[in-house]
Design a protein around this ligand. Sequence first.
Ligand code: C2E
Ligand code: MG
Ligand code: MG
Ligand code: MG
Length: 279
Amino acid sequence: EAKAKGKNTFHFYSKELDAAANERLYIENELRIGIKEKQFHLHYQPQVDCRTNRIVGYEALIRWTHPDEGNIPPVKFIPIAEATGLIVEIGAWVLEEACQFANRMLKLGRAANISINLSARQFKDAQLIETLADILKRTQLPAEYLHLELTESMLMGDVKAAINQLHQIKELGVALSIDDFGTGYSSLSYLKRFPVDILKVDRSFVKDIPEDLNDMEITAAIIAMAQKLNLKVVAEGVETKAQMEFLQRNNCYIVQGYYYSAPVAEQDLSLVEDKLAGD
Ligand code: C2E
Ligand code: MG
Ligand code: MG
Ligand code: MG
């Protein structure tokens, strides 16, 4: 009886695993096709100075419109692209596309800072520095407009190698930010050793402001610490006026979130700009 039960249990789990493995395989195959057939595009989420209501930069976020499945969100395919190594090719495309965008904005006299998410695989890629130098040269974007977002977990492990890689990126003139700050290892002693410029306060701390007093204290502490370490600070996931006002009161002025704008296509950014100017 016990054996029969065990068998059933195994059968159940194996079916679940099969389904998950099949989906991964399906997405992996579709990713390869998607790259060839150019099914990806970028959206841009404005980063706004809450004191002036002006856009100061953008985060580039990849979008995948699959011919049968419609929009597949990054959380569903980025980890698979990462595990298979396809992220290196996709990521190089994101970098080039976003740098071209930033250069168009620069030529129009508009805010041109562009933040781009880097995956662990891209960061560890020996070719990264060459790829970056190449893209900056081809797109003619002055390096200081390019900001690369990394996460804490990408910097742990071989800390010495990570610091070395960060220095090489900085030598190109590119700025570095730590994304989703506070959700990873966040070893303060390491933070001081990493040559980074910007901390992005994770949305999980912002989302329950002003109800959650704990989150408010943590957010205020992260902002204060960033200032002590001479880092700029950006808050992500700002959805309400109360959240924006709390951040402003606590000296965090660059904010990003649905309160100002969702990520949008390039052609819709002037609409957002006009709306912000009218407020
Ligand atoms: P992330 O870098 O932390 O990006 C912020 C995510 O929060 C984006 O989700 C954005 O659309 C969403 N968001 C922005 N404001 C708000 C808000 O006010 N409320 C809420 N609820 N959400 C908000 P998205 O575009 O689905 O991207 C998810 C994650 O996928 C990103 O998190 C990033 O880790 C990854 N990702 C996106 N594009 C790329 C890319 O080009 N390359 C790599 N390597 N990763 C990417
Ligand atoms: Mg990001
Ligand atoms: Mg983030
Ligand atoms: Mg986040």
